[in-house]
Design a protein around this ligand. Structure first.
Ligand SMILES: Cc1cc2nc3c(=O)[nH]c(=O)nc-3n(C[C@H](O)[C@H](O)[C@H](O)COP(=O)(O)OP(=O)(O)OC[C@H]3O[C@@H](n4cnc5c(N)ncnc54)[C@H](O)[C@@H]3O)c2cc1C
Length: 411
């Protein structure tokens, strides 16, 4: 049994804590904002196993200049933050070569193949059931050419993981999701997706499980340091505490903690916006991606959530909720019955690396420190498998399986 400290109680930190508790360790978890609504609660609620393509791809880089011209479009940049974002952006461009894309895809594929099984295990360990639904997802497009291209690409991805895809014309798509009354060319249905009915309840359930079996401290970690006696955590308002091992899982804020350990990382936040309608009059039978516009609508438990898109900005820059309104307006072209009012707006920070590959593994400087952050658009999907991998690697030492996820690539 080891004494293990964890910085950050988002979905990644919580999934890790559950595994460590299961192994019999004495866990102390620190969270800077225990009632907060980080990315882990406001996300789209989708187990997105098919999504093995990194953000940095040749087609994305070609589309980016056009998107950047529209301040409310799928991708925007807060230009005053450009100097701070430049190293990450340069690395994003360098990550878009065919060889680097292939490398990121292989890394993500390896995790995605285990993602669903790991969530089933996490549910078993924490007594959860009925929180996920095998919905599949529909992606709709405005032109037949886009439907065809997406179908070809999705079929290739599906063959790698083992799920089904179907090409649908607009009538067939509408028969699955009748609220899609507007004009579109057709879509691709993929059975590889599942829906979490309520990401907020999921996180609170995991936190309650941890609170009953471990210590959850409501305070920000200011610094992590290690020496021959152990790894210490200094949290605001608390005495410094020494652990045998420490996990850093503080979302985008992990970068400050790892820099304090002398490690470099390229980690920025891709901010996303959404609107959640409670007990809405309009329902969707399954998540619908509006791929050409960069957002998704998910039917959650007694709610409909509409949002996504990417805003590159410093984490603490003021939110621009006009982006949430723009996505609602675009969605009304396809779903005219989407309510005009009554939704709750939210902004969240995806902790993102430029190659879309999360950092999962041990610090190259100190195997007593584990790193688990940078899951970008896929942290809900990859949380359970990340927790399992971190618990394994803290037990057994460095693993070649985790080499693609090492922070060593940024040193
Ligand atoms: C609009 C949007 C939609 C998304 N949809 C999906 C989806 O459908 N499927 C999917 O798989 N993923 C989705 N994601 C991505 C997913 O939500 C994130 O990747 C994931 O939540 C990241 O989890 P995390 O625990 O690393 O970070 P966070 O959720 O940011 O949690 C980090 C926690 O650490 C705490 N913390 C920070 N600093 C400190 C400190 N110094 N001391 C103590 N605590 C600290 C924070 O308060 C926070 O609670 C979406 C994200 C967004 C924004």
């Amino acid at each position: 049994m080891a004494r293990i400290g964890i910085a950050g109680a988002g979905i990644i930190g919580c999934a890790t804590a559950v595994h460590l508790i299961e192994q019999g360790h004495e866990v102390t978890m620190f969270e800077k904002d225990i009632d907060g609504l980080p990315a882990s609660v406001g996300n789209a609620g989708i187990l997105a196993v098919p999504e093995i393509d990194p953000l940095a791809r040749p087609d994305m880089i070609l589309s980016a200049p056009k998107w950047l011209l529209d301040p409310l479009g799928p991708l925007t940049l807060r230009w005053q933050d450009l100097p701070a974002l430049t190293p990450w952006l340069v690395n994003l461009l360098l990550s878009a070569t065919p060889a680097r894309v292939a490398r990121s895809r292989t890394a993500l594929l390896g995790l995605m193949r285990q993602a669903l099984g790991a969530h089933e295990d996490l549910a078993r360990m924490t007594g959860l059931s009925g929180h996920m639904k095998q919905t599949g997802a529909l992606t709709i497009f405005d032109t037949p050419k886009a439907v065809e291209a997406a179908y070809r690409h999705e079929s290739e991805n599906a063959a790698l993981i083992g799920y089904g895809v179907e090409k649908l014309d607009s009538t067939q798509a509408r028969s699955r999701v009748p609220a899609l009354e507007g004009q579109f060319a057709g879509g691709v249905f993929s059975s590889g997706y599942q829906t979490f009915l309520d990401p907020l309840s999921l996180l609170r359930h995991l936190q309650a499980h941890i609170r009953q079996r471990a210590t959850l401290v409501d305070a920000p970690v200011d610094a992590v340091r290690s020496d021959a006696n152990g790894v210490t955590i200094k949290a605001t308002g608390h005495e410094q505490k020494t652990f045998d091992k420490v996990v850093i899982s503080a979302g985008v804020w992990s970068r400050d903690l790892v820099r304090g350990l002398g490690l470099k990382v390229l980690l920025e936040n891709e901010r996303g916006y959404n609107t959640t309608f409670s007990d809405p009059q309009v329902t969707l039978e399954l998540p619908v991606f509006f791929a050409e516009h960069g957002f998704v609508a998910t039917p959650l438990h007694r709610a409909l959530r509409v949002g996504g898109a990417v805003e590159l900005a410093k984490p603490d820059a003021p939110a621009n909720f006009a982006r949430a309104a723009a996505m609602r307006q675009k969605m009304r072209r396809y779903v005219p019955s989407l309510p005009e009012t009554g939704g709750k707006e939210w902004m969240g920070r995806r902790p993102s690396t430029p190659d879309s590959v999360p950092v999962i593994g041990l610090s190259p400087n100190d195997p007593r420190i584990a790193l688990a952050f940078g899951h970008g658009h896929l942290g809900l999907t990859l949380s359970a498998i990340t927790g399992r991998k971190i618990a394994e690697v803290l037990e057994t030492g460095p693993s070649p399986d985790l080499a693609p996820f090492s922070i060593a690539r940024f040193q």
